[in-house]
Design a protein around this ligand. Structure first.
Ligand SMILES: Cc1ncc(COP(=O)(O)O)c(C=O)c1O
Length: 392
């Protein structure tokens, strides 16, 4: 089957949060794609709706089987189905885990710059954010983990949970097995629960992603892994995610947390949408990655030729590109505001992700080529105009 990655579908329809912008504006922001959902998923949802049975639902065995099969086929590791719990999203489950596994006033560790909603999950629950900021090498344009700093922060008796983003949004880094083992070993040493958000694990380019639940069982007693088809298949609004918790005691805690906060009951499309995605979405994902790689080449080529002041931080995962704008300005808020006013292009200022984000912008490239070209021309104009303003 051939898939359509050329039509711009989302534009101002479907109550899209990303497209709730002015007529002349072009959002390359929120991690939603502008491609239509795989026909295999649409068909499954049609069948479900046509049944006309919209009562309360349970999670069937086929749901967990589809998750396990997906990981076995795509990533060569099969999670145990008994380790799995359904939840209405990764962020709801994360916030619930923060409340269930830590106490008011505890520290929860993140690695900034990181997905901004992690901060909300921590702060809104009355916990403190502690960051093991990622180290950025300006010359190599690479992020690494400062393990000494990580150990020091995990050893604080008030740090009781760490949130890992694997692969990492926004820097696009896939943590390798050695890094993962070091992280889980430190978490175990200091009795810190590890919540590994692996929502971006399926969209990778070359470098393999390794799910934390695939590590040797001896490492897994403190681990909660969150997966979901939502980024991979552009189905965020079906609100479905799976927590994979190898340790039975920890699983009971997570389960009780999700259930007492009413985050474990599916809506009518969550189950059929997930099963269809995981059982029948392999070819669509393959085609999507090809399209994204093409977009990436187009963008990097354009930027290399036309906007050499901004530098891509090479990432191996996600459809979010992370650009170093430090040659132009160390205030990404000011730059992104200017570009929006000047050209209508909206990209994320890196500052929202914390850490060194103020030198960066994040750009969502999961859009048809025509839109990408429009965005690139606006970006060039915005940066040229900004720089000429500086020189006046
Ligand atoms: C790292 C990360 N985690 C979680 C989410 C959102 O997950 P959900 O919609 O399942 O709550 C996103 C969305 O962009 C994300 O980037």
């Amino acid at each position: 089957m051939t898939y359509d990655f050329e039509t711009l579908n989302k534009k101002r329809s479907g109550n899209s949060a990303k497209w709730d912008v002015q007529e002349n504006e072009l959002p390359m922001t929120i991690a939603d794609m502008d491609f239509k959902v795989a026909p295999e998923i649409i068909q499954a949802l049609h069948e479900k709706i046509d049944m006309g049975l919209f009562g309360y639902e349970e999670i069937p065995k086929e749901y967990f089987e589809s998750v396990a099969n997906w990981y076995e086929t795509e990533h060569d590791v099969r999670p145990n189905e008994e380790w799995m719990i359904f939840s209405t999203g990764v962020v709801p489950a994360l916030s619930s885990a923060v409340r269930r596994l830590t106490s008011l006033g505890d520290n929860v560790l993140v690695q900034a710059p990181v997905y901004n909603v992690f901060y909300n999950s921590i702060i809104n629950s009355g916990r403190h954010v502690v960051s093991n900021d990622l180290d950025y090498d300006t010359k190599l344009r690479e992020y690494t983990i400062d393990f000494r700093d990580l150990e020091q922060k995990l050893s604080d008796p008030l740090t009781n949970m760490m949130i890992l983003c694997n692969p990492h949004n926004p820097v696009g880094k896939i943590w390798n097995q050695d890094e993962l083992i070091k992280i889980v070993t430190l978490c175990n040493k200091y009795d810190v629960k590890l919540f590994s958000d692996e929502i971006h694990g399926d969209i990778t380019f070359g470098t393999p992603y390794y799910p934390v639940f695939g590590l040797n069982k001896k490492y897994l007693d403190n681990v909660v892994v969150a997966v979901s088809p939502s980024k991979t298949f552009n189905v965020a609004a079906i609100h479905a995610a799976t927590m994979i918790v190898p340790n039975a005691n920890l699983r009971a805690q997570i389960n009780r947390g999700l259930n007492s906060e009413e985050l474990a009951e599916p809506n009518i499309v969550a189950v059929p949408g997930t099963i269809a995605a995981y059982n029948n979405g392999h070819n669509w994902l393959k085609a999507l990655k090809k399209q994204l790689l093409g977009n990436r080449r187009l963008i990097l080529d354009f930027i290399g030729k036309n906007i050499p002041d901004i530098k891509w931080v090479p990432g191996e995962a996600t459809y979010l590109l992370w650009f170093d704008v430090g040659n132009i300005i160390d205030n990404a808020d000011e730059l992104t505001k200017f570009i929006r006013q000047d050209t209508g292009l909206i990209v994320n200022a890196g500052s929202v992700y914390g850490g060194d984000g103020q030198h960066f912008i994040r750009m969502n490239i999961a859009s048809p080529e025509k839109m990408i070209l429009d965005g690139l021309n606006r970006l060039k104009k915005g940066i040229d105009d900004y720089k000429s303003g500086l020189n006046k």
